[in-house]
Ligand binder design. Structure first.
Ligand SMILES: [Zn+2]
Length: 101
């Protein structure tokens, strides 16, 4: 009986290859046409509410109109304060403020 001696095989020497991939350089992609930068859509702005509430002031549970109403158009049509005069935006009626002082 002959004993077979297993000869441990030395691990194959792995020659470390320098990683030189010979990948043909891909032609550089042409610069993509610049996309028109879309600005993020701004949220729809709410229409400016006509701040009617600004024309009223409540005092002692009573609504006080801070602007005069148009004489021509009647109540409900306030006149805009233009400094020295009030103007009705509805009919164009202008009333000068009584000179103060
Ligand atoms: Zn008016």
């Amino acid at each position: 009986m002959s004993k077979k001696t297993e000869k441990a095989q030395p691990p194959p020497k792995e020659a470390k290859k320098p990683l030189t991939e010979t990948v043909p350089e891909a032609p550089k992609e042409e610069a993509k046409p610049e996309k028109p930068q879309k600005a993020p859509k701004p949220e729809r702005k709410k229409k400016k509410e006509k701040s009617i509430y600004k024309l009223y002031k409540t005092e002692n549970d009573k609504a006080i109109r801070l602007r005069p109403v148009c004489e021509r158009c009647g109540p409900g049509y306030f006149m805009a304060d233009h400094g020295n005069r009030y103007t009705c935006g509805h009919c164009g009626y202008t009333r000068y403020k009584p000179a103060e002082r």
